[in-house]
Design a binder for this molecule. Structure first.
Ligand code: ADP
Ligand code: MG
Length: 763
């Protein structure tokens, strides 16, 4: 086995960067060339069809079948001009990856001839035989009928020779089986609610979109290492591995110059991303060795989510050309930083305003405060649901570990904004404000933009931070589909804005002045959600205690977090806004639990296998070496006199701790009074130590299998996931502990798994 490891090392050392030749030096020269976006639509569609389609996209209207026929014809012509031969609906089923099933444009016709065909009906709807996608019982397997339906708001694109049409995926009975459907529903509810609230400030606002800019973190590891690490290959993370002597403590990787091979890969996938119209702009080294980040310019949420899904897929594919593997797992390596996907989120109006950016006038700032405080209140009221939206087996390793936001939801807004909120609480009373109070408050609110300009206080430890003109939801995992977090966030904010609208209207009916009515409601929101605001260090143990005092939840595991999806208030919220009905929620809950359970099951089986088939055999080989050694030493030194300090000194083996001892003193420690004891006592100790770890490994694996058996016999999926979490998972940690101890002592040449230092420091 170790031979394979050394072969892998050799391979990686002989790698050279793969040359990359983009179509042109200027990105604008090829940006979006593989999407059926506005430019290609203009070229391939008749003027009136183009207008109708873009109109429908801009206003969220459905597209009728006649127009779809025209669009399909144009799309086909465009795709064929790009040498595409196949088409597929591209969708996001609940297993977390994307799905596609290719059909050829080609159709045989009479006389042995053929034509290329793509009809409106094929564009609009497909019926993949999708019986094996997770459905949580919504679509029994024998029915096997789910539909995919075109989402015109996200442009069709070409990968390889296939035209991909972004689609939603729903069951025969109309229930959502994917991530996109509820997201689109949530975004439309947010549009309505936010537009209504905008009317208090600006009658020109007729549409509000939510915006998302994600920051994708990832590790980049040579392919050869992954090939000799079954755990990385099958689970995406290392189940074993002693920490490298040097990890990230020197903090020299962050923002350092990007290594050449990594750069070639980045350049390559960015080029592919540009062709697909994905506006990636920022790239840098992250904190951990061989960890990187890529971030685009923000876009409308639905489009941005699609782009992130496409990018993750692309990175994986392109990395193989470079003999690299991208690790998107939230925690591939223990003891160093994991990877997240910060979701930068805001709302923008059709008039070009960012609703979380203060404006130049007090009126605009009141508008900003309105959306800002509504968002805070929404997160406060539904913190557990938001926590549930980012729960996964992978993310459990990251949340609450030393470098990631904790599982406690809190919001950072910075000193200055806190002061403004306090000011509102102080000044706005039940009774009418005095003119002085009013103008003082106005003055303070008017100062917000200046305040934000020097709001340099950038708390990096907060799971949900206001960063000047957007909120940054940092607890989202690197491999997650952002749609899950975005559906919840946009739903809870939409719900809050709807209620806000009602509350303000009722005060207006009572004859209250508009600004005062708004401020009154906002004041109440500040008071009732104050406890979630936290500017301190979220990583500290003190915060855990403080949060408990404040009554904030700290939900540490996925099964516990997911329970909040099926609590009454969450159900009510989703149903009220037609985001998900009860059946859909339960189906999702089940799928998530099952996914969690299966991941742990795979990890547990694999950990057992690696421990038994690779680690114990290596340890036994090492033990045999030691035994052989002891046997030899015994033969040579049998019956010789005790080792003295003088002998040690002569041999130059006096350790610093022993240097004060007098010459002639006996230092033989505990052995039988003969030199042989001392000559091999270390080895005997190692043999014993190795044996103890081998024994512990074996017994842990056995007990883990027993626990797994018990868990597998449970029918109820929630209980089963709970058993995996509470009974099986702890063994993964203890098995790892013994294996890592062995890695510290076993001969390096015998060790079968690529080591942390090799994987993390080979560039
Ligand atoms: P940081 O210092 O956190 O890297 P940036 O300004 O570079 O801040 O933004 C990080 C991400 O936030 C980028 O993807 C960017 O496009 C996105 N972003 C900026 N403004 C908005 C916005 N209004 N809505 C959503 N995302 C935004
Ligand atoms: Mg950021």
């Amino acid at each position: 086995m170790s031979e394979l490891r050394f072969k892998a090392l050799e391979e990686t050392h002989n790698r050279v960067p793969v040359a990359v030749n983009p179509p042109s030096d200027q990105i604008s020269g090829f940006f979006g060339e593989n999407i059926f976006g506005r430019q290609s639509m203009r070229e391939f569609l008749a003027e009136d069809i183009f207008k109708k389609v873009t109109d429908a996209i801009d206003h969220g209207h459905p597209i009728d079948r006649k127009i779809a026929d025209h669009v399909a014809a144009g799309m086909k012509a465009w795709a064929i001009s790009k040498r595409a031969t196949h088409f597929t609906h591209w969708f996001q089923p609940l297993h977390g990856l994307t799905a596609e099933k290719h059909d050829s444009f080609f159709n045989p016709i009479e006389g042995g001839r053929s034509i290329e065909r793509f009809e409106g009906s094929q564009l609009v709807q497909q019926e993949p035989d999708a019986s094996s996608f997770p459905s949580g019982g919504l679509r029994s397997t024998f029915e096997a009928r789910g539909y995919t339906a075109w989402d015109p708001s996200s442009p069709a694109f070409i990968t390889g020779k296939t035209l991909c049409v972004p689609s939603v995926y729903i069951s025969y009975t109309g229930e959502a089986l994917d991530y996109k459907t509820p997201l689109l529903r949530a975004l439309s509810v947010l549009d309505k609610a936010a537009t209504d609230v905008c009317q208090y400030f600006d009658k020109n606002v007729t549409r509000v979109i939510a915006t998302l800019g994600w920051e994708q973190e990832y590790f980049l590891i040579d392919k050869a290492f992954v090939d000799v690490r079954p755990d990385l290959l099958l689970t995406g993370r290392t189940l074993f591995g002693m920490a490298s002597a040097r990890g990230q403590q020197l903090e020299d990787h962050y923002f350092g110059s990007i290594p050449e091979r990594a750069m070639a890969f980045i350049h390559d996938f960015e080029t592919e991303a540009y062709k697909l119209g994905i506006p990636v702009r920022t790239r840098h080294n992250e904190v951990a060795p061989n960890q990187f980040e890529c971030a685009p310019v923000f876009e409308e949420v639905n489009l941005s989510v699609d782009h992130n899904q496409q990018l993750m897929d692309l990175m994986d594919r392109v990395s193989r050309r470079h003999n690299l593997r991208v690790l998107l797992h939230e925690k591939p390596f223990a003891g160093i930083n994991g990877s997240g996907k910060h979701n930068n989120w805001s709302m923008a109006t059709n008039t070009g305003r960012n609703l979380l950016s203060p404006g130049k006038t007090p009126k605009n700032n009141l508008m900003f405060l309105t959306f800002f405080i509504n968002a805070i209140k929404a997160v406060h009221d539904h913190a557990n649901l938001l926590r549930a939206s980012i729960a996964s087996a992978n993310n459990d390793h990251r949340l609450g570990a030393n470098e990631a936001p904790p599982a406690i939801m809190s919001i950072f807004i910075g000193n200055h904004l806190n002061m403004i909120l306090d000011e509102i609480v102080k000044k706005v009373k039940k009774e009418k404000m005095t003119p002085e109070e009013k103008s003082e408050l106005k003055l303070n609110i008017g100062k917000i933009p200046e305040i934000l300009i020097d709001n340099t206080d950038r708390n990096r430890t907060s799971p949900f931070a206001f960063t000047g003109n957007k909120f940054e939801f940092r607890a989202v995992g690197s491999s997650a589909n952002c749609a899950s977090a975005m559906t919840v966030l946009n739903t809870i904010v939409a719900d809050r804005l709807t209620e806000f609208n009602k509350e303000v209207d009722s005060l207006l009916k009572k004859g209250e002045d508009k600004d005062e009515a708004i401020l009154h409601v906002l004041r109440n929101y500040i008071v009732s959600s104050k406890r979630i605001l936290f500017d301190g260090n979220n990583y500290s143990a003190d915060w855990v205690k403080e949060a408990e005092k404040r009554g904030l939840s700290n939900i540490n595991t996925t099964p516990l977090a997911l329970d909040f999806f099926v609590k009454k208030d969450a159900m009510h919220l989703f149903e009220k806004h037609h985001i998900l009905n009860e059946r859909e929620i339960h189906a999702r809950y089940e799928i998530e639990l099952e996914n969690y359970m299966k991941r742990l099951q795979i990890e547990s089986r694999l950990a057992g296998e690696i421990a038994m088939n690779q680690i114990i055999p290596a340890a036994v080989k090492y033990q045999n070496l030691l035994i052989e050694n002891v046997r030899g030493l015994k033969m040579i030194f049998e019956g010789e006199p005790v080792v003295t300090y003088a002998v040690e000194e002569a041999a130059g083996v006096v350790s610093p701790g022993k240097q004060k001892k007098k010459s002639g003193q006996t230092i033989s420690n505990g052995s039988a009074g003969t030199a042989t004891g001392d000559m091999y006592s270390t080895q005997v100790g190692l043999i014993r130590e190795t044996g103890l770890h081998i024994g512990a490994l074996r017994s842990d694996v056995k007990s883990m299998v027993e626990e797994r058996k018990k868990a597998n016999s449970i029918d109820n999926i929630r209980e089963k996931a709970g058993a995996y979490c509470d009974k099986v998972k702890p063994y993964l940690a203890s098995i790892r502990k013994h294996a890592d101890k062995l890695e510290m002592t076993v001969d390096n040449e015998l060790w079968p798994l690529a080591k942390y230092r090799e994987m993390l420091f080979t560039k």
